[in-house]
Ligand binder design. Sequence first.
Ligand SMILES: *Cc1c(COP(=O)(O)O)cnc(C)c1O
Length: 388
Amino acid sequence: MPGFEAIGDEEKMSVLSIFDEGNGVLFRHGFDSLRGSSHKVREFETMFSRTLGIPDALAVSSGSAALRVALAALQIGPGDEVITQSFTFVATVEAIVEAGATPVIVEVDHTLNMDPLDLREKISSRTKAIIPVHMLGTPADLESIMAIASEFSLPIIEDTAWGCGGSLRGKPLGTFGDFGCFSFDFAKTITTGEGGMVIARESERLSRAKAWHDHGHENNPLVPRWEDTRSSSGFNFRMSELQGAVGLAQIAKLHEIVSRQRYVHASLVEEIAPIKGVCLRKEPEGSRATHDALIFSVPSPLQAKLIRQLLVERSIGTTKILPEAISWHFAGSWDHIDMLRRSHPRLESAFPKSREILARSVSLPISILDDGSSHKAISGIVQEVLQD
Ligand SMILES: *Cc1c(COP(=O)(O)O)cnc(C)c1O
């Protein structure tokens, strides 16, 4: 989560330059004579693309918007089913519901990401897309998931909200699927306060996404914007120049942030992994996780809760999402979403395999400001709880 920990003068100067050099133009389009060469969102898209080694990207107003826009570009709507996983942030399912489609939820395995075996079980004749999530920055088993997707000719939207800067077998997360969707909210690897990015393997699909996120505007260079051509409906999910300016400063820090997270994660793993009863989250072969959190499971749910309780009581640290906060990050808890209750009538007892794993898991947040001074105390607590 450390994008916010890296905010400094660079972000501030970048925002000020909109006013100093760009006459305060806050809209990504037009106002050419007023703005001079100030194009923050456009430059952020260029820098982001360059960082991932891809030709193009579309900045949007949030990670949730990124998912919604990708679904729209795939023309997914009522009557269609979209598959995602039980352990994710509520936004993944909300985007499916907002598209008018039916969310279908797959169990997670010990990677805490989509279980490919259950995925195969859940595909129906109405399935129109699969959204695997790189939850908390650990790559999903894309090799297996993509093999199944291609067998059924289904598009993949990677929910890369946590995976910015991660890779699998040397290829950046987000670039495997038909679409990759990133979040820059305040808890993500890099942040623009609120913001997101959409990338697509085919440029024609990205063009559809660009139009849809901007009321259907094709931004045809041959006509002024008010006479613009259009071939689909849309909505407004544009990123503002203020967010773009912050994004430009943050994308320059991505490498440093992720390197630091990996370093802190590795030194904490050294302390915790040798403890008897600790089982580290499984990662697919060739993973380069962003290591936003260190996740491990313990033999019982009670032990997981106790570890959390002692960390908080002794003010040594806290846990992140697991085991305590699965309410916002586990589909079995979302009985407030009508569409989900309809597609999964026994929601309160659904996804037993995920429930079992998540309840025994502990997730320690990784901070880039961590100097390691609390690591011994953290491992001491884990040891204390597990030796009983
Ligand atoms: C954060 C997040 C989102 C949504 O991103 P926002 O920018 O907060 O809208 C989507 N999916 C997952 C897995 C997330 O963690």
